[in-house]
Design a protein around this ligand. Sequence first.
Ligand code: HEM
Length: 583
Amino acid sequence: MAVVLPFSAAAAAAAAAALILVILAARAVLAVVRFRRYELAIPGPPSLPFFGNAFSILFHKHEDILDALMKLWGQRRDLSRCSFVHELLVFVSKPEDVADVMKRKDLQDKPHFYYGLLADQVPQSVLVLNGAEMKAHRAAAHPAFHPEIIDSFVEVFAEEAEKFVRNIEQGKEITPQERLFHTTAWGFCRSTVISDTPTKEEADVIMNLVKVIRLFLKVTNERAFNPLLWPRWIFNLTANGRLVEKEMSRNRAGIHKIMNNRAIELKRRLEAEGTDFVKARKALLDVFLEKNAQGEELFSRDAILDEVVLYLAAATETTVSALNFAFKMLSIRPDIQKNVYEEVSSLLGRGATKRSIVAQDLPKLQYTEKFLKEVMRMFATVPLIGRQINEDTELGGHVLPKGTTVVVNFLGLHRDPVTWPDPLRFDPERFSPEQSQGRHPYAFVPFSGGVRSCIGYKYGWAVMKTVIATTVRDFIVEPGDDGLTDHTKFKLVFDVALKLEGDVKVNVCESFTLARRTQGPWLEEDAASRRARLVVVQSASRPSRYGVPGLVVLNHASCLQALKTWFQYAQILLNVQGARTPA
Ligand code: HEM
């Protein structure tokens, strides 16, 4: 007799599917409720269920993203959160909390948010790796950033800085950023990747790569706050996505070629020189390739290539950002520029006696260092970095759920009014030994800290000091016509590194003008300077901050400066007259 089942097989399958759906939906609802419970326990701006702060934070143009984020975290020192869809970002801006993040072993992983998008192009680079792989990559690169190695690079940095100033046409407005990318990329290429004398083909590959990296970072920033573009295949359908993919793979092929040539050369030298060669100092590319040449095969060619791209990005984006702000601040703060100039000229000489900077000069540039630190405090070079919460954990008195991205907010940290009274006042003396006493060690960490701190911080310092000292030695930097004269009103843009919106312009004219303005007496100067004086007279026809047109609006100090300048012009004329009079 046939058994009649109450349900057909199809109905049973449908019931099972419905049950699974109900379970999944219930789990999703529970996850949202749990997420919301954790979210609301952390202070932050009002947010909607599920959407969080999506409407304030998403779909901005890249130049407006930082403004949107700053509005959300406001002036909070304590932990502050924002969220969108299933992302929970918790901002940390207080030295004590930052110290906790940097020091704790369980907070060293990079999050999938943002870094996952960077990993599209450099998946095997140290910046996005975690755990044992990250440690192996850091350890391998370490010998290439030893202080002695960096010292040996200073000659190359100085040569590139000299080229930078040689290419400046005095009295002309320049946009430092573009030139600085060139200077820092060449410095990196000659010191770290290739050799002292790269071929034209090699140099072209590196310079093109720098351009693509800049584009990639810019679009990544926009993409991070546009969830529609998170899937790589969707992003690759966009014009930017297609361009980045095409240019990256073209330039990666170029680097592959450079690497192959380098590997052959390394093998040859290793066979010829044996242990002597192993002990010799090497550049970054060599230290990675050497492991393979010795038969260890620790790093695949693709991994080494990712590292070259990442280090090139790290070496150019950051130092250019800091230097760009430094140029801007020099131009609008002649009082500070005068101090830098005095220090630099006492070390490197002036006029006919001047010389190029060498490694031993770097530690002696103490005021320049204070100035650059104040630049990096005011305009945190890397304004935000992320860390992943892998298990529910307590931080700053709050429980953060697994999956949270902790965002270390260097911009907030470096402008924290508790540590830095009157934080928007630009004052290098904040970094004098007296004023630094008792300051929290994590109140100023431009290069991050702990096991994931910046590998290239000594390299960065050497480049920044070399470029600033070489420029100020030869030129006086004045504001350009970009209208940016009040640093508290600068519009800041987040491009991984911090940028100023638009083209930043400065004027440059010969720096003996500054020496004369501040030091005199110049009747002792030689014939070469006398020729130069005539240039100064010509430049008086240009509207100047110290010229008569501005006199009525000048304050007391500037009036004195203006009078001094006009007195000097009078001296110039007398002197020129004197030079014409036969003895
Ligand atoms: C003004 C110059 C520089 C500043 C302010 C700076 C700042 C930083 C910061 C804040 C981080 C942490 C990033 C994060 O946790 O996501 C970092 C990481 C890193 N930096 Fe720098 N950097 C500078 C120059 C350089 C240079 C010149 C190099 C190499 C030539 C370099 C190589 C790296 C690398 C490889 C990392 C990744 C470390 C890791 O994730 O474990 N940086 N840097």
